[in-house]
Design a protein around this ligand. Structure first.
Ligand code: PMP
Ligand code: GLU
Length: 418
């Protein structure tokens, strides 16, 4: 009966991140030791004040407004204003059960071609297939930390007939951990403005910039930028499913159509979660301390993993935010090929089977599988213990904060050198 499945969807498989999480968990259940560097969820607990707000709101049972609870939209707008200097009010905010849902809806609704820097997060391209949207990958290089070079975008736009376009940017980046500095954002803003490209700026890792210095492109291109974010990463609440989009006033026509699509699909986001999210977005000293400590832990681990990899000739952009790092194992190409390992997928498969270290192949991120690299999530550690440790011992090492991550790196390097 498979012929009854629409052509645009027939070739799609379960999302690589979620499939790897389930595969790793199944291996663990069957008694194997697995280092879960293939999945990216926050290792940290949700702050107590936010958990308490959820407890107090467990009784909330009514359907809430499609766009989200007004008090939550107000808190989300203030958060974006105060943290990232984005000029917005509650009328500009849309709430959803996870930002992934809104990322899909915008692709369904906006008529333009989708542009994606290569590599980009796993779900944007499959969503384009679901939405039967045309898309184009924009190449990047290691020299540029795999960030989009404004000249690449400019050349592409000039080489094609003018048409509506939607560019998804994601920084700090999943899969690289690199981020865009203000000067680059400003330069890029000039190009997108000149070619009238709509920017969907996925800033879900913005508040886990390791130095707490995230800047939004909305600051330089306010009229053409929609900012995507949510509670999943900075608040440790991926399973709560709460995402946000912030629109500029001149794109309210798009917000309104997205709200129509929301009303016909997910209806609204879970009521208790929305009430609790108000507390998260209100912030305050406990939440700021939590963020500072989380960033310090991530930064320490990222830099020590990065140092280890560099020592073994594994090239990658130095991570500046988020949970990821993108190692390039090309240095080992010859010896790996003698072991039958030619592609990034071969490498991830071989490594997992032989050692239990799980990574994700970059083909899931739009890279050619012949590129001998992978995405490494360095968040397989106990976040409660790590926060406690860094509070007591600010100079704690990565091995003290994330013993299994550091062990996995050693095992991986030994396997490469076999
Ligand atoms: N964008 C990026 C870059 C991500 O890594 C994720 C991962 N969860 C999402 C969007 C979607 O997040 P959520 O649906 O949990 O808001
Ligand atoms: N964003 C996480 C990752 O890239 C997982 C969650 C998801 O893909 O929805 O690993």
């Amino acid at each position: 009966m498979e012929h009854l499945i629409n052509q645009n969807i027939a070739h799609l498989k379960p999302s690589a991140t979620l499939a790897m999480n389930e595969r790793s968990n199944a291996m663990i259940q069957s008694g194997k030791k697995v280092y879960k560097l293939g999945f990216g969820q926050s290792p940290f607990p949700i702050p107590d004040v936010v958990v308490n707000a959820l407890k107090q709101n467990a009784h909330q049972k009514d359907y809430l407004p499609v766009r989200g609870l007004p008090a939550l939209r107000h808190a989300v707008a203030r958060y974006h204003q105060l943290k990232f200097m984005i000029d917005c009010t509650e009328d500009d905010v849309l709430i959803s059960p996870g930002s992934k849902e809104l990322l899909f809806l915008i692709q369904m609704i906006h008529r333009g071609q989708l542009l994606l820097p290569q590599p980009s997060w796993v779900s944007y391209e499959p969503q384009a297939h679901l939405a039967t949207k045309s898309f184009h990958w924009l190449p990047t290089t290691l020299d540029n930390d795999y960030l989009l070079d404004p000249a690449t975008l400019d050349d592409y736009c000039r080489s094609q007939a003018a048409q509506p376009r939607l560019l998804i940017l994601n920084y700090p980046s999943n899969p690289t951990g690199a981020t865009m500095e203000p000067a680059l954002l400003e330069e890029l803003a000039k190009v997108v403005s000149e070619h009238q490209v709509l920017v969907l700026s996925d800033e879900i890792y913005g508040d886990v910039d390791h130095n707490g210095q995230h800047t939004s492109i909305a600051h330089y291109y306010p009229e053409g930028t929609i900012v995507s974010s949510g509670l999943s990463k900075w608040c440790g609440a991926g399973g709560w499913r709460l995402g946000t989009f912030v629109f500029p006033k001149n794109l309210h026509w798009l917000l309104e159509k997205m709200a129509v699509a929301a009303s016909e699909t997910f209806t609204t986001t879970s009521a208790p979660i929305q009430y609790a999210a108000i507390r998260a977005y209100e912030g305050g000293p406990e939440i700021e301390a939590y963020l500072q400590d989380s960033r310090a832990v991530l930064k320490r681990i990222a830099l020590e993993v990065s140092t280890q990899l560099k020592k073994h000739h594994i090239a990658h952009p130095t991570p500046k935010g988020g949970f990821y790092l993108m190692p390039d194992f090309s240095h080992y190409r010859e010896s790996l090929s003698q072991r039958g390992i030619i592609t990034g997928s071969d490498l991830c498969e071989g490594l997992l089977e032989a050692t239990g270290v799980a990574l994700l192949p970059l083909s899931a991120f739009g890279m050619d599988d012949r590129f001998l690299g992978a995405r490494l999530s360095y968040v397989d550690f106990d976040g409660v213990k790590a926060l406690d440790k860094i509070r007591k011992k600010p100079h704690a090492t990565a091995a003290e904060l994330a013993p299994s991550v550091m062990e996995a790196i050693k095992i991986m390097v030994d396997w490469l050198n076999q």
